[in-house]
Design a protein around this ligand. Structure first.
Ligand code: SF4
Length: 348
């Protein structure tokens, strides 16, 4: 049951009008309106702190989508990027999914479109398609199975070794998987995450010279030359584990994770490999846009049902392979409260 929108002078016309209100007033409006709408707010780990502070759940894209599917609430407000809100809708077809800013897309996901992938499939009949979760619903619908950076190796290993694999959209993750599995029949899409791909050797060398005893851990979305110089290559889930085991770590991933780890382990030395590793798309969501979104009940994410069903099949195959989804363990709850949930997909 969806409540009526607020009326009269209470509702403002544009996000800019909301931006003139104080943070306290915005928070008050958001929390009140969230209750009126029977909504939950899902905040990705890399959202602004102000967004995280009003979120009911914090986590990575897949974890949040699974929270969305599990919640009783009828409306989900997804503060992340577009493919994440789509994933929530894929797994929660009966719920309304809103996002505060439609421009919050993922440039890596945008590298591949449904029509372009269909053309590649026509050139390689019989090939299996593996789609990183950082992809649109239309692309997932074209895939045989999805993967995260945590399970990409296991997903690829589950496919007949003689079958060609089309891996989309991240070329860096594809190359990493190729090396780990020893397969020579993976055709990688030429996409990348600019946040990870922009990290360069000079930054790594500088961080190492300033912190010679620190472990260097790099996300597989980074370039090959960087991975070769790393002490460890792992997903953000793996990074969270390593943060618990080492006193000094240089992290080659989005800064948001590093800041969260610093909060969790204030006594340790955690350094971002690159100070510039910030995803601007994630930061497009603001409190004022969120307040506007709730008052105006915009923007709703809608999917063609046939695409949604096919995309869900690709996600379900991945979840089955990784043992399905279960509620967070005590340790995961603790990390979630700290803003880091270690299920480990692309930008989380
Ligand atoms: S961090 Fe990279 S993969 Fe994640 S939303 Fe930003 S551009 Fe996309």
């Amino acid at each position: 049951m969806i409540s009526p929108a607020p009326t009269g002078s209470d509702i403002l016309a544009t996000p800019l009008d909301y931006a003139a209100l104080s943070k306290e007033e915005l928070r008050r409006r958001i929390l009140r309106r969230k209750d009126e709408l029977d909504a939950v707010i899902l905040g990705h780990n890399y959202q602004r702190v102000e967004i995280q502070s009003v979120s009911d759940y914090l986590g990575d894209s897949l974890g949040l989508s699974q929270e969305a599917a599990a919640t009783e609430a009828g409306t989900i407000v997804f503060c992340g990027v577009h493919f994440m809100a789509e994933t929530a809708k894929i797994l929660s077809p009966g719920k309304r999914v809103l996002m505060p800013d439609l421009r919050a897309g993922c440039p890596m996901a945008d590298f591949v479109t449904g029509p372009a992938l269909r053309r590649l499939k026509e050139e390689h009949p019989g090939a299996a398609v593996v789609a990183y979760v950082n992809s649109s619903a239309e692309v997932k619908a074209e895939a045989d199975i999805c993967c995260t950076s945590s399970n990409a190796v296991a997903v690829v290993e589950s496919i007949d070794p003689d079958r060609t694999i089309l891996f989309v959209p991240d070329r860096n993750l594809a190359r990493y998987v190729q090396e780990r599995t020893g397969r020579d029949n993976i055709i990688a899409w030429d996409g990348y995450c600019y946040v990870h791909d922009d990290m360069v050797l000079e930054e790594l060398a500088k961080a190492r010279s300033e912190h010679p005893n620190a472990l260097v851990v790099v996300h597989p979305e980074a370039r090959e030359d960087l991975l070769e110089k790393a002490d460890e290559v792992t997903s953000t889930a793996g990074m969270v584990d390593l943060a618990g085991q080492h006193d000094a770590v240089i992290f080659g991933t989005e800064r948001g994770l590093v800041d969260r780890m610093k909060e969790q382990y204030p006594e340790k030395t955690f350094i971002p490999l690159s100070g510039a590793a910030v995803c601007g798309n994630m930061k497009l969501n603001t409190l004022s846009k969120l307040a506007w979104c709730l008052d105006h009940e915009e923007y709703e994410v809608e999917l063609d049902e046939e695409i949604r069903i096919r995309a869900q099949q690709a996600l379900d195959r991945m979840l089955e392979l990784s043992g399905g989804w279960s509620p967070p363990t005590e340790e995961e709850e603790r990390l979630e409260l700290a803003g880091v949930r270690p299920s480990g997909c692309g930008c989380a």
